[in-house]
Design a protein around this ligand. Structure first.
Ligand code: FNR
Length: 379
């Protein structure tokens, strides 16, 4: 209401309300190398493009004469109630998006302001405890890039548990970084700049492995990080991953129904269907087209989704296709770039407002109705 009311009153928002304008504005505002890192993807970025484009071949049918005066977008996951199905997907080195270098804190404050949970990345520019403190009462999730050093993995997870994160999200698709021409052509990999790895650098196990503290020799700490980043995970590691935490375990990057079944058999509490926004593998299928198969295989196990969400309409479609919760990636980074916490919060609120309004006009009073209505694949 506030966003629409402002528009009706002729107020021009500091951050645009739609993705195309938002991306254009962020592109103009960000340094070229930062834009390349955030906006870029794998290979010729075809998977990234089809992720977003594929939403156009799913459609929803409106229902009339349904009382939708109020809409209920709330959702439950692992016994926690969330005001909406939307969450912020983990974005590493987010500090490059904000001028003060503390993008993770800004995103966490946007979570506090909006109630939209943040999945905090292992690759954060601030210690995961500091990030958690900025979230206030909004529950957070911690995303783990599993290091080769099992003690470091246990330390990161233990810290996340102690800091109050509600679930551990293990990203499966990034034991090695994908072929990213934009970064390769410019020699720009922000994670190799020491100051953006503060979460690792603050870890006691990580520090214990170094001859001198990272503050004294950041380059050596980055070299050590490069050596430990990215354990090759196989199904044989699932019992170990499971044993790392008593918190709910979410496996991110699952796109195949058989993998979903195997993950659930191995003790995963939720499946996270995602192709990393087309940043890891090119030549893939749009993630939204893979979601229905994963949902069918997962049965009663919740399925989270991201990759290609650009609007509230996309969120509603993903819920219609079976996602319990839906992750926003690049859009909130652009919001951070344009106006820090307020910018990210505005982007999230616009996505929620559009989803809410779509449910109103389509005759879907709540997410159960969205799910029941489904989405139809267009010819
Ligand atoms: C990511 N993503 C990601 N995923 C993850 O598990 N850990 C991470 O640290 C990161 N880092 C990261 C950085 C940047 C700049 C981007 C754009 C993405 C992937 C992210 O969680 C999500 O899967 C995608 O962003 C979804 O695709 P869209 O919506 O951004 O296209």
């Amino acid at each position: 209401n506030a966003i629409y009311g402002a528009g009706l009153a002729g107020v021009v928002p500091r951050v645009p309300v739609d993705f195309a304008t938002l991306e254009r504005r962020a592109a103009a505002a960000l340094p070229a190398s930062t834009l390349d890192y955030v906006q870029g993807g794998c290979g010729d970025e075809r998977t990234q493009r089809v992720n977003a484009d594929a939403f156009h071949h799913w459609g929803m049918t409106p229902r009339m004469m349904v009382d939708c005066t109020t809409r209920d977008l709330s959702v439950e996951l692992f016994g926690t109630a969330f005001p909406s199905p939307v969450f912020m997907a983990p974005i590493g080195v987010t500090g490059i998006c904000t001028q003060d270098g503390h993008g993770d804190l800004a995103a966490a404050r946007a979570a506090a302001e909006t109630g939209v949970p943040l999945m905090a990345s292992t690759l954060s520019n601030d210690p995961l405890e500091t990030v958690a403190r900025q979230m206030d009462d909004t529950p957070g999730f911690f995303q783990l890039y599993t290091p080769k050093d099992p003690d470091l993995a246990a330390s990161l997870v233990g810290r996340a548990e102690a800091a109050g994160y509600k679930a551990i999200v293990v990203t499966l698709d990034t034991w090695v970084t994908g072929w990213r021409p934009r970064d390769l052509n410019t020699g720009n990999f922000p994670q190799l700049r020491g100051h953006v790895l503060t979460n690792y650098f603050s870890d006691p196990v990580f520090r214990a492995r170094l001859a001198v503290p990272p503050e004294q020799d950041p380059a050596a700490a980055v070299r050590h990080w490069m050596g430990v980043f990215g354990k090759v995970l196989t199904w044989a590691d699932l019992p170990w991953l499971r044993s790392l935490t008593k918190l709910p375990l979410i496996l991110k990057g699952i796109c195949h129904p058989d993998d979903a079944r195997r993950a659930i058999d191995g003790g995963a509490d939720a499946i996270y269907c995602s192709n990393h926004g087309g940043r890891q593998a090119n030549g893939g299928i749009a993630a939204i087209d893979l979601l229905p198969g994963v949902v069918a295989a997962a049965g009663d196990t919740p399925v989270l989704f991201d990759s290609g969400i650009r609007s509230g309409t996309d969120v509603v479609k993903a819920v219609a296709l079976g996602a319990r919760m839906v992750g926003v990636g690049r859009p909130y980074s652009y919001g951070l770039a344009l106006d820090g916490t307020a910018g990210a919060a505005h982007v999230l609120r616009c996505i929620l407002a559009e989803a809410d309004l779509l449910m109103a006009v389509n005759g879907y009073p709540d997410l159960a109705a969205v799910r029941a209505a489904g989405a139809q694949r267009l010819p």
